[in-house]
Design a protein around this ligand. Structure first.
Ligand code: BG6
Length: 486
């Protein structure tokens, strides 16, 4: 990165939550870790009538409330000098011209620019059109990049159309589609566990693995986002992006090198190996559910059929994974916040040790804990002392806090923002990747919408979801594993 080149981050939708909660605390940390260019300008753009000072005050309050680290007033004084606000409408050419003029004054010469789209996908085409029309995407003297927040579309058709619109004025390598799960250390570590070691990869296939479970359980309900959430539901909110990303990292083939093109090629190949489901398969392999009481949440329609929980069984149809089920589940208002990937291995071919009739030997399991208590555990069987042949499951455990210290894991946005500044798109979703993911999700949502016979299950708040989700695994002889049960 050329640190001497001024770099401006223009945030559209800057008065929203994301800027306060995630973006500004992350930029603050990067700035004091001296990872950003020396002149970093952060310019908020939005309808809210903030002055620069009012914007700074608003962000200061956000830091007080949301930053998970301590900072001093002196540090804030220094950092906040980089913050500006420009009021404008997302549809007004004149406002965009003024933005361009303001940027030139702030930058004082050639500069790099990132346009950050923290706005709903419907507004995105307008903004890039106006940026194009006002010449702000021309790379004259500095590069131009666009970061796009999820959701990238609401289905395959809208994602395609967003891509088409974006490609009219931008090259694909200027577009950074964010999935903040990819910024999590534990998610990046999936690749390191697999490809920085030799012991896992030889058994990472259908010969040794019985099935894979991916759980992203949230304790929180829909909170203040109920209005938005009710129009998307859990599959658009969590599966199309976060859960499919986790699956892809587990299932993909080793790339030949650690760069954005090679990595993303392999991820797309893994997604392409999953066949979109027919309606009959949707009925058999998916469960949708809503927590009891959801319809009485503020801003939720009283007859809403929006699922707040889903579970599905997918197959990656290639030589490595043929016949190995990948079970995915995610929901709001569940018993605990718990995200993990369980690789369950097959049972030993021969039951050589005599077991009591009511017991089976537990299969080996590798658990990648995404959050909380980030780490990796390997469960295997050991002989119980003072018995002839009884076995007991034991764990080899790696905890990030023990190995790297309690504050070792940065906020996922820090990694992603820095990568975007450095021009590394490895942890961002490519156009074909996002479309392939929607291609898998669309048939599920369409069947749910059209097949009224497919029940919307109900689950108790603070539970692990509906019994229907348990049946999905029980049918194959398995069960969902939560942290306290393994
Ligand atoms: C977001 C979803 O993408 O991810 C939210 O829109 C969800 O509904 C959040 O709560 C979960 O993120 P994390 O990092 O807390 O697991």
């Amino acid at each position: 990165m050329n640190k001497s080149m001024p770099t401006s981050i223009i945030i559209f939708g800057a008065s929203g939550d994301l800027t306060q909660r995630k973006l500004v605390p992350s930029f603050f940390n990067l700035f004091f870790k001296r990872k950003t260019p020396r002149q970093l300008n952060i310019i908020g753009f939005g309808n809210t009538p903030f002055t620069d000072d009012a914007f700074r005050q608003h962000l200061h309050e956000g830091m007080d409330q949301f930053a998970n680290f301590k900072f001093t007033e002196e540090e804030w004084e220094i950092f906040s000098k980089n913050l500006y606000y420009h009021q404008g409408r997302y549809t007004d050419l004149a406002d965009f011209k003024k933005l361009g003029e303001r940027l030139s004054v702030i930058e004082g010469g050639a500069a790099n620019r990132i346009f950050y789209m923290a706005i709903p996908p419907t507004i995105f085409p307008n903004i890039i059109d106006l940026l194009g029309l006002t010449g702000q995407l021309h790379e004259d003297g500095g590069w131009r990049r666009v970061i796009v927040e999820k959701p990238f579309g609401t289905d395959l058709a809208s994602a395609r159309s967003l891509n088409l619109q974006a490609h009219k004025v931008l090259d694909e390598n200027q577009i950074y589609r964010i999935d903040h799960y990819l910024g999590k250390e534990t998610v990046q570590n999936i690749l390191f566990t697999r490809f920085a070691n030799t012991i896992f990869e030889p058994i990472w296939n259908r010969n040794y693995i019985d099935h894979v479970q991916i759980t992203v359980a949230e304790k929180v309900g829909v909170e203040h986002r109920a209005g938005y959430y009710d129009s998307v539901g859990v599959v658009r909110d969590m599966f199309q992006n976060h859960l499919l990303q986790l699956l892809t990292l587990v299932a993909m083939e080793p790339p030949s090198s650690f760069n954005a093109t090679a990595l993303r090629n392999e991820k797309v190949k893994a997604l392409c190996a999953i066949q979109p489901m027919t309606p009959a398969q949707v009925a058999k392999n998916t469960v949708r559910a809503q927590y009891a009481g959801y319809r009485s949440e503020h801003e939720v329609k009283p007859d809403s059929v929006t699922p707040t929980f889903a579970a599905m069984r997918l197959f990656v149809n290639n030589w490595r994974w043929q016949g190995v089920p990948f079970y995915l589940r995610s929901g709001k208002n569940m018993l605990e916040k718990q995200s993990q990937i369980i690789i369950q291995f097959k049972e030993p071919p021969l039951a050589m040790f005599p077991m009591p009739p009511d017991k089976n030997m537990a299969p080996n399991m590798l658990v990648l804990y995404i959050q909380p208590d980030e780490g990796v555990h390997l469960r295997f069987e050991a002989k119980a002392p003072d018995t002839v042949a009884e076995t007991r499951s034991v764990d080899m455990e790696f905890h990030y806090t023990e190995a790297f210290g309690p504050t070792a894991i940065p906020e996922s946005y820090e990694r992603l923002l820095l990568d975007a500044i450095q021009g590394d798109a490895s942890l961002f979703t490519r156009a074909d990747e996002v479309e392939t993911a929607w291609g898998l999700i669309d048939p599920i949502l369409q069947t749910w919408d059209s097949d009224r016979a497919m029940p919307l299950a109900v689950y108790a708040p603070n539970s692990w979801g509906p019994t229907e989700a348990d049946s999905l695994l029980a049918r194959d002889g398995g069960q969902w594993l939560n942290k306290e049960t393994h």
